[in-house]
Structures are given as C-alpha cells and as structure tokens.
Design a binder for this molecule. Structure first.
Ligand SMILES: [Zn+2]
Length: 274
C-alpha cells in the first residue's frame, strides 16, 4: 500500500523551499517505487532512494533549470563559483535550493558593484543572500513576499573581528540573516515606535548562535557598497534601517529607505530593488 500523504508532504516542502524539487520528486517516484520493490531492508532503500534523488535533483538544477528559466521568464543564476568578487553566502542553501535567480541586468549590476568595491578595498567580496526562484513572475520566495519578479536581491553587510579589527568573510553565521548592527546609544531606534515583535524575530533567534561581542560592523565597506548600489541607474530602491543610513553617512541618498514597521528589520542585510 503506497503512503501517498507522505509523498504529498515531501512534494509540498520541496516546492516551498526549492520551487523545482516537488516536481522533481514526482518525476522520481517511479524510480523510488522500483527501488522499494528490489531492496529488502527499509534503511538501505531509504538511503539509496535519497542519494539517487539528490543526484537527480542537482543534475537537473545545474544543467536543465538555467536554460529553462532563461526561456520561461528571462532569469539567470547569480554566480556560484564563477566570479572572484561576488559569491553566495552559503552555496548549498542559497544556490542548492535555487534562491539565486535574477534578471540579467540585476546580475550585471551586482558584478559591477562587487568589482568597484574590490578595487577600493582589495580582497573584498560581496555575499548575496536570498534573491528569487527561477520560474514564474509573481511567485514569491517565502518568507520574503517581495522577492518574486527577479528584481530583488538581499546582500550581506560586512563585518570585522572586534578584537583584531580584521575583515571577516561575510557575516559570522551561515545564512547571515539576523546578524543585526543594532542602534547605538543616541541613534534612532524604531522598536518602540513600530511596536512589532515580528520585525525582530530573526535577530532574536540568531543571537543564540554566535557571540555578538566578537564582531563589529565594517562601516567603511558596508557604507561604500551601499553607496555604489545606489549610484547604479537601474537600482530603484535600497531598504536599510534609518540608524544605519545615518551612521554610514548615506543620509542624503533618496533611494535608501526605511522598509516600514511591518517588515523585518534591515540592519542585518540590505535589500536592493531594481
Ligand atoms: Zn529582501
């Protein structure tokens, strides 16, 4: 007897997190049932099935999805290993799960800004976070409901080791979200005005997984990166908390805006919109 509800859950979760994975699991099901008939022990069967699916999933996502995405809605993947100054913050999470698709002009802008930043601060790389799924305009990359048309990218801030003052690569946690440069005393703090605990949820979870005291925002590189993005003609808006806009000396730039009280706080990444 086939347990279809189990497969429905797998298809739902894979679709939610990867967009393509649910359909791929559906295509893989005949092979799954074939293995089930031939393998005696359940653990062997599960292991072999999972491994074979992963190989199938990665082969399709690496070789088939990019040309299909280009054809279906004109999106291209951001560089995975191919650019010296522009990288995913986590290869498996952001690229393995297909969160790195954008319109070609978005990719070109990110590469240009990364090169300009590296020429001012040699060795600096820009690390991107969630961008968009490969297919269908209007289909959101949850939980960011505005990442839906290939025209939005989240970018990590730059950090220093607080003791040595040395630059570190990206943010001090795997995914970078929630590593917030919170307001210093005297800076605008919108928590009270917003009164929305949801805006701090990522920060409150992530703070248990690293020691905040050990890191300090690299204001020079973060400020310059944000300014370079704002100078790009195609960039329409950049979302950033007001206290960082002021601290980084970006106060006069009209494109840099507060995201509003309803959205998550933006002092852990910048959200760039084309
Ligand atoms: Zn975003």
């Amino acid at each position: 007897m086939v347990n279809f509800s189990k497969h429905l859950v797998i298809i739902g979760l894979l679709t939610l997190f990867t967009q393509t994975g649910g359909v791929l699991w559906l295509l893989f099901l005949p092979a799954h049932f074939w293995l089930k008939k031939r393998m005696g022990r359940p653990w062997k069967r599960r292991l072999l099935s999972a491994f074979t699916f992963l190989v199938f999933y990665f082969l399709v996502n690496i070789f088939v999805v990019p040309p299909l995405a280009k054809w279906q809605c004109g999106r291209v993947p951001l560089p995975v290993f191919g650019h010296p100054n522009l990288k995913p913050h986590h290869v498996i999470y952001y690229c393995g799960l297909n969160h790195h698709y954008v319109r070609p002009e978005v990719k070109a802008t990110c590469e240009r800004v990364a090169e300009k930043l590296a020429s001012k601060y040699p060795g600096t790389r820009i690390f991107y976070l969630d961008a968009n799924f490969p297919f269908f305009d209007g289909y959101p990359l949850e939980p960011h409901f505005t990442h839906r048309n290939g025209t939005t990218v989240d970018i990590a801030l730059h950090w220093l080791d607080a003791k040595t003052g040395k630059q570190i690569e990206g943010a001090p946690t795997a995914l970078a979200y929630g590593v917030s440069a919170t307001p210093l005393s005297g800076e605008v703090d919108l928590d009270e005005k917003c009164g929305n605990w949801l805006r701090n949820i990522e920060m409150n979870i992530v703070q248990h997984f690293y020691n905040k005291e050990n890191y300090q925002l690299d204001e020079a590189r973060t400020g310059e990166m944000t300014r370079l993005f704002s100078q790009e003609k195609a960039v329409r808006k950049i979302l950033l908390e007001p206290h960082l806009k002021t601290r980084l000396g970006l106060g006069r730039i009209d494109k840099i805006r507060f995201q509003g009280c309803k959205a998550a706080r933006h002092d852990d990444h910048i959200h760039v919109i084309w």
